[in-house]
Design a protein around this ligand. Structure first.
Ligand SMILES: [Mg+2]
Length: 316
């Protein structure tokens, strides 16, 4: 991969137009890029319209597995972004399901879920049968006689992701499946994210903290279907048919979005745009550029801009 010692700031109409000329396909992260929690980032709607006017294609790529693509459509609508179809949204609940299909696990199979409705809904939508997940029996306090601790031998895979209901019973039931049959049931994790900025200024545990927890207690690795994994990139490019060389990833997080774009060699190594409207601060970006260490190369964006608001205003 080419070292990007000096990411280019998009700061003029010329820079912004060049960016638009270079790429045909735009992969766009949601949190910190399109919205902050429940607030739309200004002019994102206009930016998407502008992409359409220029015959550009775009898709949303999020590590969130707790919401289904249908829930995302509803969120887009509620924020005034209309007409986004399901096939332009990639959540990691959905990528987990596509991975099952890629592995040849037949539709109709039972899949054990540690996670929220976003995973269960996507499984059911595609014709799989989710077990575990939001089953209220799993909300009970620990009891070794809970019937869900008995492994259903028809379960063909385990998918783990983020859940606010991470309790001992969910951990223990999931562990039974991960240990079953000499650890032969495939284990898919929705992402490896450690934490994320939550409401009230809180830092909250992200999906990866639960996926890795299960990895630790089972002594197993997982198939990572979230950013920055190449598996996720392969799924998206197979599904969309986008040309990688003409694709750019737009995101606010260096370790997931920017690394994803670089590791997947988007835009021949130049297809990454960091927006500063989310988790990454200007001092963090400066520190990365001035003191690059170890594998930080893959964290360096080719381009950066204040926000999609700014990008739109430059192009307007
Ligand atoms: Mg983000």
């Amino acid at each position: 991969m080419t070292r990007k010692a000096n990411p280019s700031q998009i700061n003029s109409k010329n820079d912004a137009s060049l960016l638009l000329d270079l790429f045909d396909n735009f992969l766009i992260d949601c949190d910190g890029v399109v919205w902050l929690a429940e607030t739309l980032i200004p002019k994102v709607t206009q930016f998407l319209q502008l992409l359409e006017q220029h015959n550009k294609q775009f898709a949303f790529v999020t590590n969130n597995s707790s919401k289904s693509r249908q829930s995302y459509i509803e969120k887009f609508e509620s924020l005034g972004i209309h007409g986004i179809s399901k096939d332009r949204i990639y959540t990691t609940g959905y990528s987990a399901v596509l991975e099952l299909q890629k592995m040849g696990i037949p539709l109709g199979s039972k899949i054990w879920v540690l996670g929220d409705a976003g995973i269960e809904d996507e499984l059911a939508d595609e014709g799989y049968v989710p077990l575990g997940g939001s089953n209220p029996l799993l909300d009970q306090s620990w009891n070794p006689k809970n019937p869900l601790l008995k492994v259903d031998p028809e379960v063909k895979a385990v998918i783990a992701g983020s859940t606010n209901e991470f309790n001992f019973l969910r951990i223990a039931t999931t562990l039974q499946y991960l240990m079953y049959d000499n650890k032969r049931i495939p284990y898919i994790g929705t992402n490896g994210d450690r934490n994320y900025p939550g409401p009230e200024g809180l830092t909250l545990p992200a999906g990866g903290s639960m996926v890795e927890y299960m990895s630790y207690c089972s002594g197993r690795n997982y198939i990572d279907v979230g950013k920055p994994s190449k598996t996720f990139a392969d799924i998206i490019f197979y599904d969309t048919g986008f040309d990688r060389a003409k694709t750019i990833m737009i995101g606010d997080t260096l370790s997931s979005d920017i690394k994803f774009g670089n590791d997947a060699n988007l835009g021949n190594g130049h297809g990454t745009l960091l927006v500063l409207s989310g988790v990454t601060t200007v001092p963090e970006l400066k520190e990365l550029i001035t003191h690059p260490t170890g594998d930080d190369d893959s964290l360096v964006p080719q381009f950066y801009v204040d926000s999609l608001t700014k990008l739109y205003e430059l192009l307007e």
